[in-house]
Design a protein around this ligand. Sequence first.
Ligand code: ACO
Length: 332
Amino acid sequence: MYHAGIIGTGSYIPERILTNHHLKEMVDTSDKWIVERTGIRERRIAAEDETNVTMGVKALERAIENSGIHREDIESLVVGTNTTEPVWPSAGGHMANIMGLRKDLPFFDVQAGCTGFNFAFSIGEMFIKGGQYRTVAVVGTDKLSAITDYEDRNTCVLFGDGAGAVILKRTPHEGIVRSHLGGNAKSRDLLLLLKKGGAGNGYIWMEGRKVYTFARRAMVESCFRVLDPSGTAGKKELRALFEQVTKIIPHQANARIIMGAAEELETRLELPPGEAKNKMIVTIEQYGNNSTASIPLALDISLRTGKIKKGDLVIMVGFGAGLTYAANLVRL
Ligand code: ACO
């Protein structure tokens, strides 16, 4: 087994801002309700000619620049996304063409709801650890505004658009420690696309409360599993492992889910109040839930603003349609 690490990050968010005040002109809602129930104040919405592909390209170009590699160095491209139109061929191939990546580059999309980035990341990790490639680009990019029903107040206040990317490379020392991937296929009907009028892929529909409950529990479970893959550690040992973690980058779906998961971590590990909460990176206020982009976007912003530094041990943990959940434990 080889070691793999993150050597560069990049992100892109569209210019247009959709605030809670704009939304209350569109559906029966209020800034107060949205802020109190979700933590979101605004989200970014892609322009008509922007897609998951064009946003992914911009994020990946920034990650390439940040890592100092040449685009020809990339040996494989793995894209977590849910909003490719038409659904095939993949967004990855389209991105490779636009960017002029290697002619024989293998590329593919991973569709695992909002957990798509964590899954794609784990595939990139395995490619490098297994010795198949030395340099892999992993992207999370989604244009959720294309599948959001702006007449449905239950969902439209939550979502936004964006993209994030990381460059993974074979490294002399351990960077990516491990990943944990999970699923609950029996709950697939809790979060899906429903056709409205028969056009396109349909719009996001969900049983919000049930997804909320699942998400909180699944994120805690995945944090534990990525720290203790065999599930044999006692509470004290698990708490010691958790204490080594500098920051947690959760999927930005709802600030209450994030803080709820932190509370559960504190209860189950008998941590002082605030210890897990203080580790949580929260960017949802400005960007809402932009699906596969939310974790790499938060990672990139946190590195650029110094909230996270090289050498930190971080957990990236997410959940999403499927239902799926996953975590990646990484020494930056
Ligand atoms: N403005 C005002 N009132 C609203 C709004 C709104 N935007 N949306 C719902 N309400 C109302 C409901 O109609 C309900 O009214 P009622 O009691 O008269 O029926 C009331 O508010 C409470 O509704 P709840 O659903 O109980 O509210 P809750 O506190 O659960 O918050 C929310 C709803 C924000 C959707 C929450 O359940 C949630 O975040 N769930 C998880 C969502 C999620 O993360 N989905 C994952 C997507 S990931 C992916 O793969 C795309």
